[in-house]
Design a protein around this ligand. Sequence first.
Ligand SMILES: Nc1ncnc2c1ncn2[C@@H]1O[C@H](COP(=O)(O)OP(=O)(O)OP(=O)(O)O)[C@@H](O)[C@H]1O
Length: 266
Amino acid sequence: MTLLDVRGLTVRTTDGRTLVDDLSFSVASGERLGLIGESGSGKSLTTLAVLGLLPDGMSATGSIELAGTQIVGAPEKRLTAVRGRDAAVVFQEPLTALDPLMRVGRQIAEPLRVRTGLKGDDLERAVAHALEQVRLPEPERIARAFPHEISGGQRQRVALAMALACDPKLLIADEPTTALDVSVQAEMLELIDTLVREREMAVLFVSHDLAVVAKVTDRALVMKDGRAVEEGAVHTIVGAPREEYTRTLVASARRLESALDLRSAR
Ligand SMILES: Nc1ncnc2c1ncn2[C@@H]1O[C@H](COP(=O)(O)OP(=O)(O)OP(=O)(O)O)[C@@H](O)[C@H]1O
């Protein structure tokens, strides 16, 4: 069953620049699609459009159907109902999602309360459980902390716990490991992979890094200058890229990988 169906999506600025150009793709329930492309290719704007979160001065045309709801042109009330329940997002920078002045536990409690109706001690236990699920040690301590009192990797886990709190059908992950130290990137990727598999959740995974996309997704869509260049199974894209641009991405991922191998061998 199709969960997300994007047809002819075009994002323009009010001064007439086209940043996403006639893009079409779909994601089935439980499927994992990677959006890959260099910086500026339009990946983030595409995911923001899916959530109806385009910045001021930009508008979308075309069609985005998410779990049966038309997002393009939808009133804010309809978008609020969709966010969290049908699709939730983890951004590159966890502080985007977190309120700096609110304790972590309260930030997770709010979406949990809305979805489950839990209160008091039950809600507190559910918060601790949500923190344990993203493998945070000492959940009670983390729940009492403010975002600046925990590490970047822990903050990203908290942002993931918030995104998962409403049990969305689609998780959008926009470069979720890019801002993290290399040492915790692999752990975070593994965690996202495990949690979405357990929940049979669909994923739209955005990255400029083909190696990362290959780890978490089944299919990938390659974007360049706001357009789709190539789409297919990840192993086909990596093993036999058809387009010149994709070949360049694959080659640079290989170069990086071998450079890292050389470094770790030292
Ligand atoms: N708020 C904005 N105002 C004007 N132009 C923007 C804005 N946000 C993005 N753009 C432009 O839109 C294009 C696509 O940006 P987008 O952020 O979607 O790319 P991306 O592929 O996600 O790259 P990155 O990984 O660097 O975020 C770029 O040319 C960018 O400069």
